[in-house]
Design a protein around this ligand. Sequence first.
Ligand SMILES: Cc1cc2nc3c(=O)[nH]c(=O)nc-3n(C[C@H](O)[C@H](O)[C@H](O)COP(=O)(O)OP(=O)(O)OC[C@H]3O[C@@H](n4cnc5c(N)ncnc54)[C@H](O)[C@@H]3O)c2cc1C
Ligand code: SF4
Length: 512
Amino acid sequence: MGTLRLVLGDQLSESLASLREVDAKQDLILICEVMQEATYVKHHKKKIAFLFSAMRHFGEELRERGLRVRYVKLDDAENTGSLEGEVGRAVRELEPERLVLTEPGEYRVLEMFRGWERKFGLPVEILGDSRFLCSISAFRKWAHGKKQLRMEFFYREMRKRYDLLMEPDGKPVGGEWNYDKQNRKPPRAGMHSPNRIGHARSGITTEVLALVERRFGDHFGVLEPFQFAVTRDEALKEMRHFIAKLLPAFGDYQDAMVMGEAYLYHSLLSCYLNAGLLLPLEVCESAQAAYRLGEAPLNAVEGFIRQILGWREFVRGIYWTHMPSYAELNFFEAKRPLPEFYWSGKTRMVCLAEAVKHTQQHAYSHHIQRLMVTGNFALLAGLDPAEVCEWYLLVYADAYEWVELPNTLGMALFGDGGIMGSKPYAASGKYIHRMSNYCQQCSYDPGVTVGEGACPFNSLYWDFMARNEGKLRGNQRMPYVFSTWEKMGPGQQKAIRERAETVLENMKKGLL
Ligand SMILES: Cc1cc2nc3c(=O)[nH]c(=O)nc-3n(C[C@H](O)[C@H](O)[C@H](O)COP(=O)(O)OP(=O)(O)OC[C@H]3O[C@@H](n4cnc5c(N)ncnc54)[C@H](O)[C@@H]3O)c2cc1C
Ligand code: SF4
């Protein structure tokens, strides 16, 4: 036969590099569900179901286009259970001339790809993943020689390169590059998440859901209700619905958190972008078109495009520029084990209980819950970054190491010491109080720092600063923090640190 072309579970795009120039008669496309990839961390049930269903639909679509597909299902008798095992089996049985791959989203897998030429004794071509808007080599070139990498400057370059929200004279539309100042509104009283669209459940999805329940029943999270789009057409419907109905308010309420409302005005598009059902440029261009037609305001559209064109590409660049040593970084030498409530949601801290509940139910929580609730708590409490990163990789439907690791280790935990961001996103309970209605229903008081009923975030915040003063005092963006701490005087400082000790003790005992 001709070429064997591997498509991974997050490479479900017809425009994928390894599917270009496919010879319908000679070549074979290999897609496989393997136990090793589904269990190397015990992914959320919904994540596995979403990916297996999307992979099966994608395989069918390729067949409908007249292409030859070897689709290996998890329960196939011959399935070896690993990616390498399945590629090896296909090579032995089919004797292809060469193997063509698209670069994966994980360093571990790239290392495996690099060993295949020798292992299988045939030419192996690893193509760049052109679905991203900044190639790994272009990012390295941009980063080269810079003392600090800042997303904002990278983003401006990307705006110019893709001519998104640009005036003909090369200036940003509206005169500013960034409208975030308008994007920090607290929730309105009685605010609810607008309705989302649903998708008719296909036979494939029904079959996959039964498989996941049977084989992954002990994994985190609940499987039903399952409302994910699993084909490109459905993902496009999700995108259009978001742009038409939700994007106008996306900017205003991007940071808001509301009891019982997991989604608010967020797009929920990350899992489709990351699996390849949607492409980043088409999503950015659709948002831009809504602005040009006067259907969505600039602060919302710019904020949304910045997440995809800026942050998403930036974190990928950070990942590939700094791996593999990046995964080992632990700037604060944090080592406390992850408390049980990250799994069970059983804590009196309403903000954390809500974030974990959304995560269990939807394999989703929005950015501010990830950053300022579960992430902020992990940072302040000094939780072991390896355990925290594993949690994030496991629980979210959109999690792949290239995007999860820099966001968790870098952005949320500042574990990389400042590669991703210029200062830790540490915050006391006041932030959560301002941006949510959680505190109104919490037995802790966000206005109090010491004593039994004090919000745990408050004492942990100061304890974190005091504990890490040697590492943070020199940070140019933090002098205000330490001057406030000093003004408190030894008596107040001692009381706060004692309260933090009690909080950490209670966390250990499961009493928080
Ligand atoms: C600790 C932590 C872990 C995270 N882990 C992941 C992860 O595993 N996978 C993932 O896709 N995102 C991750 N993010 C980024 C962000 O939280 C999610 O992309 C977002 O919540 C997805 O929901 P949405 O599609 O509704 O996003 P929206 O709020 O609607 O944003 C639009 C899109 O922008 C992109 N985006 C926004 N912020 C980021 C970011 N910081 N990095 C990359 N893309 C971004 C996403 O593609 C998203 O779909 C993480 C953030 C934090 C703080
Ligand atoms: S009081 Fe503190 S613990 Fe309770 S919801 Fe508010 S921020 Fe969270």
